[in-house]
Design a protein around this ligand. Sequence first.
Ligand code: AMP
Ligand code: MG
Length: 405
Amino acid sequence: MQNHLIEPSEVDQIINQVTLKTEVIMVSLFDAVGNVLAEDIFADRDFPPFNRVAMDGIAINYSEIEKGTRQFKIEGVQAAGSPQMTLQQSQNCLEVMTGAMLPNNVDVVIPYEWTKKEGDTMIVEDFMGIKSFGNIHLQGSDEKEGNLILKSGTSITSAEIGLLATVGQHEVKVYSKPKVAIIATGDELVSIEETPAPQQIRMSNCHTIQSRLQEEGLYSKIFHLKDNYDELKQSIQSLFEEYDIFVFSGGVSKGKFDYLPQVFEELGVKKRFHGVKQRPGKPFWFGITANQQPIFALPGNPVSTYLCSNRYLIPWLYNQQCISSPLVKKYATLAENFTFKKPLTFFLQVNAYYDDEGQLWAKPITGGGSGDLTSLIKANAFLELSGERSDFSKNEKLPIWFYKK
Ligand code: AMP
Ligand code: MG
């Protein structure tokens, strides 16, 4: 029976209908980066919490500048982390350090660079047009106590960690990361520790997918299943109990031993599509288990697997907020004319680079079919050429899917 092939854009629509079930877990701030925040975070105090001295120098009374006072006797030193001091005499000054509380009875900070010290007196040589409250970071000017500063659903990067640390969140609620099973199928495959017999090859796809996920901070477990119907069925059924996302490689094409679609059907998995109008990766199969777990069953050819992982799996994980990939879809400009045979959308391996003006170009790396891993090394992205036409011209802007930073 001929499968109904769908367009890559339809794949996006279908897979994005699946929503992962996640739990809320508590992690230490140390482990929070790369996760998605599962609680709103509020300012526990004003930001900054006091009128903060923003320059090393002297704090004085602005009215003295207006009166023409230029010499200020030093009353003392207000260091960062010391309790707030008070200026006793209006025509005097206090030395103040960046990060200190602004002392009482002063309202402007003159940086040391504009002053000269003579004995116990500071002479102000220049005011540079300073105004009252110059060089003072006013209490609450960034945020007021109680303000919402981070929304639940925010991806936690090092920038958010700084805020979380500021409000004392040594622990934080995040969404749990999904448990991903990567399953290689095929009797010809042996593990990388083994020496393959002439008819065997070492499995590479599962390692590619695993490390691609690892690059995005997601850990997964690898399994290898033989092309044996009963064994496949039994093993897959038990994996369903334990994992949230399944990525299969191999076993979904038209071969005599490509049992997966049939096994899935028997296990009650709802097929959503089998076959995409694309090259490489046409036999891509996708379905959802009775428990709403997604199954990405990718064709076994190494480039097909890699393309499907980067074009569909990674962006889907990004939409699910499981990863915060900066590599998800952008546009690049084709650097040379390119022609291919339609009607399947062609994912062209390209070397993408920025020119001196900041324009992103995509230069085709030709040669290398869906089995050629070495060509992947020369390229860094796939350019998506729609199967609606055959001829693409230099300077066209087209969707690009990076797999290398
Ligand atoms: P299949 O999709 O099972 O028909 O496999 C297509 C091709 O990909 C065959 O040449 C397989 O040997 C190869 N292949 C399948 N799985 C892997 C894997 N995990 N690593 C490397 N090659 C694979
Ligand atoms: Mg196979």
